[in-house]
Design a protein around this ligand. Structure first.
Ligand code: CS2
Length: 426
């Protein structure tokens, strides 16, 4: 039997939709939806049901629709049923605009991945259409809360929305909409058939929307809301004036290491890659530390040690291939921005260069490349080191104009790529 509100009547039943979410993937289900569920449980304020929309594939709608939005999250103990999601909209569903224009909706959250932050992306277009309808309906203020791994994600999204909105709507947005930045953290690998079988066994019901995640979770949110919001702090979220220091730490230490592991290891899972690459990962973390800025009272050494433990979690089947995807969208904030800052300070970003060389080897040798810039990342003769570095550094959407012109950086990457190629052929 399938998990649903009929077969599992004990699930939380929100009284209304208060949040619209764009990008209803595994990450949202294991992160913001859980915070929202727990905020409702802690306060008894049940108005924060989530209307979740998927942007690209119908799979999630097929998984969650027949389950009335219910699914489980497993972090080691028994699967927990989450009832916060009350509506599931497939791509292109017109009800999304209506949901964004409904006065009960006070917050829009987004997990649309890095590549969603581009002019003309479907998620941005859907958001602007919804805001336009909301302005017309005079439905009141709303907060747009980005939850993607980008620096200043709120400001970036605000820029895209304003550019697409045009003058009249931009004026309404300026008065009614806030775009706080937030930093999200939880490792949530793609669910596998084995995971689904395990959940079905433990739950006694089939759950095609199940997600498996690490126990750790963090959400740092800039406290800049246009109106009401779920009491996420009651579920452990940190409301702060400025998320930037957290963002640097998370993107450069966690995500930077993740990308390094994904490109330098030939292991299938992060947990095995981290055992193989303990030295480069520790090296990378030390190298970027001077670029992190200050967080008074924060124990950076403990944070780094905890990351190594989280990567090594034996229960997590986090595929390096999943993290390797979309590298052109991830490298700049994870590796290249800290490289720029180190170079400007007269330091050599050796370990960053090694990770970048790993990416170069990866994009030039992978049999299929999952990346929006895939066409521009192919080189004719990947064993020619200097030519490969030259061609790839010239992709300015990734490296800008400054890094290709930096001889120190170019030499470090060239040297690393030569070593990597020699290692794999020798
Ligand atoms: C990963 C992230 O897929 C990736 O690129 O680095 O999804 C990572 O697992 C999360 O940001 C952890 O919070």
């Amino acid at each position: 039997m399938r998990l649903s509100r009929t077969t599992y009547p004990g699930a939380r039943r929100p009284s209304a939709v208060g949040v619209v979410h764009l990008g209803l993937g595994a990450f949202h289900r294991a992160h913001q939806a859980v915070y929202t569920e727990e905020a409702m449980a802690a306060t008894g304020d049940d108005r924060w049901g989530i209307c979740g929309a998927t942007q690209r594939s119908t799979t999630v709608a097929d998984q969650l629709g027949p389950q009335d939005g219910l699914y489980t999250v497993s972090t080691g103990g028994p699967p927990q049923v989450v009832g916060a999601i009350t509506e599931v909209l497939p791509p292109g569903d017109e009800r999304l605009t209506a949901a964004l224009a409904h006065p009960g909706t006070r917050v829009v959250t987004l997990t649309i991945t890095e590549k969603g932050y581009a002019p003309g992306s479907p998620a941005v277009a859907a958001l602007v259409a919804g805001l336009r309808a909301r302005a017309r309906a005079d439905a009141g203020p709303i907060t747009v809360l980005s939850c993607d791994n980008l620096p200043g994600n709120g400001a970036v999204l605000a820029g895209l929305v304003r550019a697409a909105a045009g003058d009249g709507l931009a004026e309404w947005i300026a008065g009614q909409v806030r775009f706080p930045s937030s930093v999200v953290d939880r490792m949530v690998p793609a669910t596998t058939p084995e995971d689904l079988a395990e959940v079905a066994r433990r739950l006694g019901l089939e759950d095609r929307g199940a997600v498996v995640a690490e126990p750790f979770r963090q959400w740092v949110i800039e406290d800049d809301f246009a109106g009401e919001r779920p009491a996420w702090e009651r579920a452990g979220a940190l409301l702060v004036a400025d998320a930037e220091p957290y963002e640097r730490m998370k993107l450069r230490l966690l995500n930077g290491s993740h990308s390094m592991l994904a490109y330098l290891s030939r292991h299938e899972y992060v947990r095995d890659a981290v055992a193989e690459l303990a030295e480069p990962v520790a090296g990378l973390m030390e190298e970027v530390t001077p670029t992190l800025g200050a967080l008074p009272g924060f124990d950076l050494d403990a944070y780094k040690a905890s990351l190594l433990e989280r990567f090594a979690n034996p229960r997590l089947r986090h595929r390096t291939a999943q993290i390797a995807a979309d590298g052109s969208q991830k490298l700049p904030q994870r590796l290249l921005d800290p490289a720029r800052e180190l170079l400007a300070a007269g330091r050599e970003p050796r370990w960053i260069a090694r990770a970048v060389a790993g990416w170069m080897r990866y994009v030039t040798t992978a049999s299929t490349l999952d990346d929006p810039l895939a066409d521009r990342l192919r080189v004719p003769e990947p064993d020619k080191v200097v030519l490969t570095v030259d061609r790839l550094l010239a992709v300015s959407a990734v490296f800008g104009e400054d890094l290709p012109a930096d001889q120190v950086f170019r030499d470090l990457v060239t040297e690393s790529l030569a070593e990597l190629i020699a290692d794999s052929t020798g």
